[in-house]
Write a protein that binds this ligand. Sequence first.
Ligand SMILES: Nc1ncnc2c1ncn2[C@@H]1O[C@H](COP(=O)(O)OP(=O)(O)O)[C@@H](O)[C@H]1O
Ligand SMILES: [Mg+2]
Length: 510
Amino acid sequence: MTTERGQGKEVQKITLPQEQLTALFELSKRINQINDLQQLLRELLNSAITSINAERGMIILVDESGEYYRTVASDLLKEKDTTFSKSIVKATLEYRKTLLSADLRSDVRFKDADSIRKLGIYSFICVPIIVPFKDRALGTLYVDQRVHIKTFSQEDAAFLEAFANLAAIAINNTHLVERLIDENIHLREEVGKIYDFPGVIGKSEIMQKVFHEAKQIMDDDCTVLLTGESGSGKEVIAKAIHYNGNRKNKPFLAINCGALPETLLEAELFGSVRGAFTGAVDKQGLFQAASGGTLFLDEIHHTSEAMQIKLLRVLQEKEIRRVGGTKNVKVNVRLICATNEDLQKAVREKRFRQDFYYRINVVTINVPALRDRRDDIPLLAQHFLEKYARQKAKSMRGFDTKALGALSAYDWTENNVRELENEIEHAVIFAKDAETIGINDLSERIRNTSDTAAVLIDEGGKMLNYHDFERKYIEYILLQANGNKAKAAKIMGIPRSTLRGKLRKYRIGQ
Ligand SMILES: Nc1ncnc2c1ncn2[C@@H]1O[C@H](COP(=O)(O)OP(=O)(O)O)[C@@H](O)[C@H]1O
Ligand SMILES: [Mg+2]
């Protein structure tokens, strides 16, 4: 049957009646509530059929090969009644256009279609279910009229198209959910294998040591000081300690001590009483809110001397007093502090109180800079790639060798893991929707480093020592000068005698 091909009337922009809009709106709310795709599609279909007064309705989903693999029938349909015209569905899928026949008996496009006549259909609408950015239609939403003579209209078709869009979103979501579940299981297995803390990545020896230390103090109440450069993962470790330790069912609260002026920080930490200072309200502080849990004080070096004295008191007395308050209240909070400053030096320079320093560094864990654990870079990069590909619904799966080499060679001095994460998110946004990230998908500064790094490393990826580097340099220049030593010395900008000495030293051309 070729008559219907490409002839499907396109539906123009049409204003829908109020009750149909309401039906759509109600359904759009249901989409995020129902996880069972079959149930969701059935609800969708029943609602669509009632709204346009159709007799029968089906959602027919197809797989990649075009096989009809799942049909959902409206409640009123009996099992045997679920026959549909494959040629109608096929044409709708192929042309990704709505097919509508108001009255089949007088529709010349279908005059030769015996199968349709056999089904006794008067009127039908078949709408493709299309997900944006996918070139394949997922299936069709199909309604028809057999017993009663009712002719479907353009408005009915427009309405069904809106429904089909909702169905597309629903199907896409559930596929996503199914995939997510798979990946989570996979990830958890991985976690059991290499990582000590779920979600915290680090197989390098130095990170394994960090995990080991963290595990030892997980269930203790001792104050912990986490040191390390910005973005190295201090907060991640703090959370891992909390969520794996015996306080895990109580809150983990965090505050950046450098982000607020003194008075506000104090009110934030200890709470305040109305009228204590301009704008003060009756409010519980973080120490109380985190009761039984952990309080993470980030950038602790930003606290003033007065604040350090107050915090020291809390640690010793285990009680707080609200700003403007008169009563002391007992608190039970574990403190984890973090800093990217050398606090010992700050103490020596009298910028940080010694007594407070000793009180908070009962245990100190240093989170190493990313460049000191390059083994972890590929793992972290892959982790972030999966995270952002999923988030942005892109299909990127991995990196090519060159890109991975460049990421591993880069120093990440500005923001360590956070900087790497940003780089990967950026790459995912701008990369062509291909499977792998290549060197050209990375930012210029990383590409450049990789060019420089390439001449500075040996075949095993290790940095050349100076001796090997100089030898490599001389050999390269000699090659450029076709073995002419005078010319080579000139390019190098050194006297000929110096070059001769170096050639002897490196036994080049001897
Ligand atoms: N080991 C790790 N595994 C997974 N993600 C990490 C790891 N270390 C850091 N990150 C991520 O890098 C970013 C910066 O980490 P964060 O803990 O905030 O650093 P810091 O507190 O040292 O500034 C966060 O988005 C965090 O999720
Ligand atoms: Mg931080």
